[in-house]
Each structure stands twice: as structure tokens, then as C-alpha cells.
Design a protein around this ligand. Structure first.
Ligand SMILES: *Cc1c(COP(=O)(O)O)cnc(C)c1O
Length: 391
């Protein structure tokens, strides 16, 4: 039978008439760039994220880029971030001419370990970019404290975490800037590329709005050098519809996560993670995960986790992948190579072994289907296939 990693057709089927009506409106208006649909989405996302301002941009990548530009970060500056994320997090830092400085992750949450940040703060450090990976927030209180002490800008990469919460605060609203992506596979996904930056600062919002249109808020007069970072009205029209369903979809993902936990426990497949993660993975690759016949389940540390991904860890991950391909079970590895081992970053002079927790995650993590429309029967099929592999 098989189970896809993500089934966007199932989601679309439920909202098709509403989406089509909205898209039709945009075509009838022939107003395609920014405009009222984008303003409507900006207001809705700002409210949803508990932020004062939201600025619609062309992608999540551009959200990071424009935030770095707004913070005036460039050559000679250092920006601290995680080595374990989607490429855009580190790529954007390099693209503005700054130097990415990596800090290993907390192996339980997969997010930057705040306890390791201060050791790499230098006179050149200007900003820190925590990523709320898979939909669970990074530990923001200590990060904000360090940032305050060293006058660093905090840019949250919340591309996978719209609506996630940290101690009751929404992802994106805690730092100076929060960046969202509307890539179709994100929890709030458009019909193409799109993104948004949220901020609580009036001045930052004004700069972002100027940078989005080549720095010329008043047409043809340029205060700063920006770019074309505009969001399309068509994307906003689709997203305005989908945002109304986001909480119910998130609930579906959370329920599916609970179901996986039950199914994996019932199948006797859950390993004891205290064996290997507690020491920050310093024993990787000869740690407790080695030879383990079972899975480590993702820990729910920061409520509210929105489960953009449900990521387990396993030994013999790549062999398991082959087995899952045979069984038609969708899965993915986010991400197989940490930033410090990427070819394009050899100039940063990191080496294998520098970030063991990140390297362990890259070698053992496996994302399973978690989309809201997934049925319990499908989840059983996923768990049964994994059980079959470890038997
Ligand atoms: C998706 C993603 C981005 C980039 O978003 P795009 O809209 O694809 O450009 C950035 N950071 C993280 C963590 C992401 O998951």
C-alpha cells in the first residue's frame, strides 16, 4: 500500500473551493504583487505570532537575508548559528558577506545548545540565529540573555515553527526578527515560494519594508540598497485561506505524534536514550545508539511543538531507509550533512568531529510521515515496517 511522507493533495481537497475563490479574486483584480491580500496576510500572521509587525517576502531564505540586511550585518561580522539546519540558515549569513560561526546542538531537541554559545562570542560577533528545528523552539531565554549581554541581534529562523511556543511566547516574536517560510511542505505552505519577517520594533519593520522594494519605499528614491523581496498576491490569497485551518492541522500533527509514541512503545521498539544522548554525543559514533535495535523518539521539551517533522533516531539508518523504500514508506533525512562538513564551507576550517551532536544527528535522524491527514492505519503501517527491519 505505502504511505507518502506528505500528502498535500489530501489537504487541498478539503479547502479547494475556498482557495479557488480567493485565487479567482486575484486574477479578476489583476493585482499580483503585494497589495491588499498581502496586507491581510501580514496582519493575520503578526497577530498569530504575537508580533507587532509582519512583512511579507519572497521566501523563507529571503526572510533570513533581508533580516540580516536590516540589521546591517556584512563583511567582517560574525553570526553564530547551529551547524544542523536547512542550508538557508548558514547560506544567508555567507551571502551578506558575514562569517557563520557554528555552535553544536542539544542532542535531545536538535536545536542550538545555549550553554555553548558564549565560548565563541568574539569582538566581531553581531548576531545569533537560533533555528526552531522540526517545529520545536530553541531554548530562547538563555539565548536572549547572552544576546543582551553582548549586544547581539537575535534572528529566529522559525521557518519550520509558525505557531510553536516557548513558555507561552510564539516563535518569531521573541528575538529582534522572526523569519517564516511558506514553502509548500511547511505547516503553512503556499502554492509556491513565500516568506515573512515578524518584528516588534517599528523601526526594523520600516527598514524591512524599504529593503523589500530595493530600498525605495517612496518609488524611485533609495535610502538603502535592498532587493526584490516582494510577496505575490496569489501566495497571500492561498495563505489567507490556509491560516484559518493551521491550528486544526497542528492539532492533527500533535495527535499523530502521540499515536506514534503509543505504537512504537506497543511494538517494543523504543530505546533508552539516556544511554547515549546525555553526554552531548561525545562518544559518537561509538555510542549507545550503536547496534541498538530500536528507535529514539523525539522528546517534547518545549511546548507547543508543531511537528513540522517527526524525527526519530536509529542506528543503521541508511539500511532502514532502503527497507522503507521497498515497503513504500515515505521518509527523509533532514539533514544528512552538517554545515561544517559542507564543501562550500571548507574555507571556515572546521573539521569532522568538531560538532559531535550535530554529526550524530546527521547520521541517525529519520523523518517519518506526520501530516495531519495521516490515518492511524497508515501510522501502523509505518511502525510495522520499522519493526520488521529490526526483527
Ligand atoms: C525551509 C527553511 C528555510 C528556507 O525557506 P524557503 O522558503 O524554502 O526559502 C530556512 N530555514 C529553515 C530551517 C527551513 O526549514
Amino acid at each position: 500500500m505505502g504511505v507518502p511522507l506528505l500528502d498535500l493533495k489530501a489537504q487541498y481537497a478539503a479547502i479547494k473551493p475556498e482557495v479557488q475563490a480567493q485565487v479567482q479574486e486575484v486574477f479578476d483584480s489583476q493585482y499580483f504583487i503585494l497589495g491588499p491580500k498581502v496586507v491581510e496576510l501580514e496582519e493575520a500572521v503578526a497577530a498569530y505570532s504575537h508580533a507587532k509587525h509582519a512583512v511579507g517576502v519572497s521566501s523563507g531564505t529571503d526572510a533570513l537575508l533581508i533580516a540580516l540586511m536590516a540589521a546591517d550585518i556584512g563583511p567582517g561580522d560574525e553570526v553564530i548559528t547551529t551547524p544542523y539546519s536547512f542550508f538557508a540558515t548558514a547560506g544567508s549569513i555567507a551571502r551578506v558577506g558575514a562569517t557563520p560561526v557554528f555552535v553544536d546542538i542539544d542532542p535531545v531537541t536538535f536545536n542550538i545548545d545555549p550553554a555553548r554559545i558564549e565560548a565563541v562570542v568574539s569582538a566581531k560577533t553581531r548576531a545569533v540565529i537560533p533555528v526552531h528545528l522540526y517545529g520545536q523552539c530553541a531554548d530562547m531565554d538563555p539565548i536572549m540573555e547572552i544576546a543582551k549581554r553582548h549586544k547581539l541581534v537575535v534572528i529566529e529562523d522559525a521557518a519550520q515553527a509558525i505557531g510553536a511556543e516557548y513558555k507561552g511566547r510564539r516563535a518569531g516574536s521573541i528575538g529582534d526578527y522572526g523569519c517564516f517560510s511558506f514553502f509548500p511542505s511547511k505547516n503553512l505552505g503556499g502554492a509556491g515560494d513565500g516568506g515573512m519577517v515578524v518584528t516588534n520594533d517599528d523601526g526594523y519593520a520600516e527598514t524591512l519594508r524599504a529593503l523589500r522594494v530595493h530600498g525605495g519605499e517612496q518609488k524611485y528614491y533609495h535610502r538603502v540598497i535592498g532587493g526584490n523581496f516582494r510577496l505575490d498576491a496569489l501566495q497571500a490569497a492561498v495563505l489567507n485561506v490556509k491560516l484559518k485551518y493551521l491550528d486544526s492541522w497542528t492539532k492533527g500533527r500533535q495527535e499523530n505524534a502521540d499515536t506514534y509514541r503509543e505504537l512504537f512503545h506497543d511494538a517494543g521498539l523504543v530505546s533508552d536514550k539516556t544511554v547515549c544522548l546525555q553526554n552531548g554525543c561525545v562518544d559518537w559514533p561509538n555510542c549507545g545508539l550503536k547496534g541498538g535495535a530500536g528507535v529514539l523518539l523525539p522528546d517534547l521539551v518545549m511546548d507547543r511543538h508543531i511537528y513540522n517533522q517527526f524525527v526519530i533516531r536509529v542506528d543503521r539508518r541508511d539500511e532502514l531507509r532502503e527497507h522503507l523504500v521497498e515497503r513504500g514508506i515515505g521518509h527523509e533525512v533532514y539533514y544528512p550533512v552538517s554545515f561544517h562538513e559542507q564543501e562550500c564551507f571548507t574555507y571556515l576550517d572546521y573539521k569532522q568531529g568538531d560538532f559531535p551532536a550535530s554529526e550524530c544527528a546527521a547520521g541517525t535522524s529519520l523523518a517519518l510521515p506526520i501530516y495531519p491527514e495521516l490515518t492511524e492505519q497508515q501510522q501502523r503501517e509505518v511502525v510495522d515496517a520499522i519493526k520488521e527491519f529490526f526483527r
